[in-house]
Design a protein around this ligand. Structure first.
Ligand SMILES: *Cc1c(COP(=O)(O)O)cnc(C)c1O
Length: 372
């Protein structure tokens, strides 16, 4: 028998979350961000749930080819653009839009032979300071692109570093909107602005004109500004469940310890359960004692260190649990129970993003539900 662990991808939830993004930005077109294999959910698995988006945004051409192979004829955007000159051939052939964030990418375009002009997204560095042109250089890059026969449309794009929180006593995008608007003033073309956090928190603000938004994490049902808002408060539903079972139980006496390093020592007599899930499945090894977890849909806590293939749970709140009891690491549990991936991530000092992307290849993934 295979190990009882599995991941479920909830396609109705992802479809629902896309509609949430639309409702939040009724006048904008929506890029469904499916980089990192749809944040670990699998591009092929989520495609039908997301085909109502206006386009798919991702990182590399191999992912773009997979989206085209699914029959998608609409827009596709490479969020970091081309990594080498010959990537442009595939962009031409597959009709893929791409970010242009540096002079070298413009040089590549200028020497590219194509019959099909490209739709480029000119990246403005408005304060994130990773990619893009700053201040007056934006105009220079725009003029160079505009003069190229290889280019037929230029959209202006920027990315926010603090859309999930306030900064300098203002909302977290205000300082970047000032920089973006100054750098792009009078330049024609559409604007592609908001990630999930900005979509949920900032789109209604004056001066924020987004013709396109880029919805990533919200599609998968994790809150970009947890714990200020939970996914449920944003009306999002979990896109993934990671679940397993108890494969053993132990009765501890006071002074007995659990797992490597004896990190947890029982103070009272207690029962613990051993779960078939460890860090080699993608569960964070750094999750400390006390990380929330569900057994038979009842909320309890992990105890001791997470090991490669197993972790331990306190069975005090679930006295009837035993071998075979269902364990929910995150997502949906039995009897309508729910454990937010964001709570688990927070306990481990990380984000829902990292956990969903890290589910290991050895975990079988199944699609739950249908879009009927
Ligand atoms: C990943 C990414 C997004 C999506 O961000 P979320 O926080 O997941 O919504 C948007 N824009 C760019 C440029 C990205 O790289």
């Amino acid at each position: 028998m295979p190990r009882p662990i599995e991941a479920l991808v909830h396609v109705q939830a992802i479809h629902h979350n896309l509609n949430r993004a639309r409702a939040q930005a009724p006048d904008a077109r929506v890029w469904a961000v499916v980089k990192a294999n749809a944040y670990g959910h699998g591009i092929e698995r989520v495609f039908d749930a997301l085909r109502g988006a206006d386009g798919f945004a991702l990182l590399d051409l191999a992912e773009a080819e997979r989206v085209r192979a699914l029959g998608w004829r609409g827009p596709i955007l490479l969020l970091e653009g081309c990594f080498e000159a010959r990537d442009l051939e595939l962009c031409s052939r597959l009709n893929i839009s791409h970010v242009v964030h540096c002079d070298q990418q413009i040089d590549w375009l200028a020497s590219h032979k194509t019959h099909q002009p490209h739709h480029v997204f000119l990246k403005v560095n408005s304060g994130m300071n990773r990619l893009g042109f700053v201040g007056p250089a934006v105009r220079g890059a725009w003029a160079r692109l505009n003069a190229l026969p290889q280019v037929d449309e230029i959209t202006l794009i920027t990315h926010f570093s603090d859309a999930d929180a306030d900064r300098f006593g203002q909302n977290g995008i205000a300082h970047q909107m000032v920089a973006f608007n100054a750098a792009t003033q009078d330049l024609p073309g559409e604007r592609c602005l908001a990630n999930s956090a900005a979509t949920l928190r900032h789109l209604a603000e004056a001066g924020v004109r987004a013709d396109w938004i880029r919805a990533g994490i919200l599609l998968y049902g994790s809150s970009p500004d947890f714990p200020e808002h939970s996914a449920a408060q944003w009306g999002l539903q979990p896109g993934m469940t990671l679940r397993s079972q108890l494969i053993a139980t132990q009765s501890l006496q006071p002074g007995d310890s659990v797992g490597y390093g004896s990190h947890f020592v029982a103070e009272h007599p207690m029962r613990i359960g051993i779960v078939a899930c460890g860090y080699a499945d993608g569960y964070p090894r750094v999750a400390p004692t006390g990380t929330p977890i569900l057994v038979d849909g009842v909320r309890t806590r992990t105890v001791g260190r997470v090991s490669m293939d197993m972790l331990s749970v306190d069975l005090t709140p679930v006295p009837n649990a035993g071998i075979g009891s269902e364990v929910t690491l995150w997502g949906r549990g039995p009897h309508d129970s729910l454990l937010s991936i964001d709570e688990v991530a927070r306990s481990a000092g990380t984000l829902g993003y990292e956990l969903m992307c890290a589910v290991a290849p050895r975990v079988p993934v199944h699609v739950d539900g249908s879009l009927g």
